[in-house]
Write a protein that binds this ligand. Structure first.
Ligand SMILES: Nc1ncnc2c1ncn2[C@@H]1O[C@H](COP(=O)(O)OP(=O)(O)OP(=O)(O)O)[C@@H](O)[C@H]1O
Length: 344
């Protein structure tokens, strides 16, 4: 059952800049959807329109069937956590969380009980009396999350909430948020430009480009079956090779792959882990560099025209710079302009 329905929503800023361009999406109850895309692709603008902090130029947003397109933020059943958490520094943690509940005129005993429960949920039990400035960055971000959760929103909106934190803490917090989200079964939209974050957390990923959807799918499908060269190049490491298809073969500088599509220019996409190497002289390609990561190796290699590819290998010690290799791609996609991927 879809809870949130975004239909043909656009936002055009003066300029004019089309930040979001006829964007549509249905989000199911309890789902966590990541909006992923490069800087300027319209992720934050879209989220802000759902939260009521930006007015759509056109289109419709409904929650549980109710049109909320032009409702002010405080009237919507949404809670938003921003990158800069904007906690009230003159109030302690408890007061930060209690504020919104007081506005709703809840009895003091219920406020206390709800604040304590949510502090427990975000791993900050007993921190109510602390000043906000006495907390670490990660703890402040947990308080910001708690401040949204305590109001029991129907939909949680997170706009790069961990962007200012270091890598280690970011990974920990995203696991915590995923746990909390699943425990509460709260429908969540999460903006990030971290692909790892999206792959690790999301039920579905929306890859955005220029205010539009490039692909919406489960993370594993986005990774394994990117529908466009843009998605292929944006998520994970991908070898993208421009070449020509003729007589059922894709060709580039002596590198040939069966590709039973019509003749013409095409882009071939193959993941490093799907590009097997065997030693061969002179071979189709030459090893440029070998990097041993302990668990696996990465071989940088050059086709005869200098096109650089990457291959992931189990035994990096088998390869040396300057050595010739043949390439055996296991799973490839090929793209034509404006067409869906062909896979073999
Ligand atoms: N208030 C504004 N006035 C004018 N243009 C704006 C405004 N806010 C955003 N934009 C423009 O709209 C486009 C989308 O911006 P948005 O912040 O939504 O992208 P984003 O994908 O969230 O980027 P980032 O990852 O850098 O936050 C950009 O071209 C941006 O410059």
């Amino acid at each position: 059952m879809s809870v949130l329905k975004i239909s043909e929503v656009s936002k055009i800023f003066a300029g004019p800049t089309v930040a979001v361009d006829k964007f549509s999406l249905d989000v199911a109850d309890g789902e966590l959807v990541c909006l992923l895309g490069p800087s300027g692709s319209g992720k934050s603008t879209l989220l802000r329109m759902i939260g009521g902090f930006e007015r759509p130029t056109s289109g419709l947003i409904t929650i549980d069937g109710e049109d909320i397109t032009h409702q002010p933020p405080e009237k919507r059943p949404t809670g938003m956590v921003f990158q800069s958490h904007a906690l009230w520094t003159h109030m302690n943690v408890f007061k930060n969380l209690a504020f919104g509940l007081k506005l709703r005129r809840l009895p003091a005993s219920e406020i206390k009980q709800r604040v304590e429960a949510v502090l427990e949920l975000v791993g900050l039990a007993g921190y109510g009396g602390r000043g906000v400035n006495q907390l670490s960055g990660g703890q402040q971000q947990r308080v910001a999350l708690a401040r949204s959760l305590v109001l029991e929103p129907k939909i949680l909106l997170l706009d790069e909430p961990f962007a200012s934190l270091d890598q280690h803490l970011r990974e920990r917090l995203r696991e915590e948020v995923r746990d909390i989200q699943q425990r509460l079964k709260i429908t969540t939209l999460f903006v990030t430009h971290g692909q790892d974050e999206a792959l690790a957390m999301a039920d579905r990923i929306v890859v955005m480009r220029d205010g539009r959807t490039e692909q919406v799918d489960r993370p594993d499908i986005i990774y394994r079956e990117p529908q466009t060269p843009f998605v292929a190049g944006f998520i994970g490491t991908m070898n993208l090779v421009e070449g020509e298809v003729s007589n059922g073969h894709f060709k580039r500088a002596g590198f040939a792959v069966d590709m039973p599509i019509a003749d013409g220019p095409a882009v071939l996409a193959v993941r490093p882990e799907a590009l097997d190497l065997t030693a061969a002289e002179p071979g189709t390609a030459r090893v440029h560099r070998v990097t041993d990561y302990g668990t696996h190796g990465l071989v940088d290699l050059d086709l005869r025209d200098g096109t650089r590819l990457k291959s992931m290998v189990a035994h990096p010690d088998l390869f040396k710079p300057g050595q010739g290799v043949d390439l055996r791609p296991q799973a490839v996609s090929a793209y034509r302009d404006n067409q869906r991927a062909y896979r073999s």
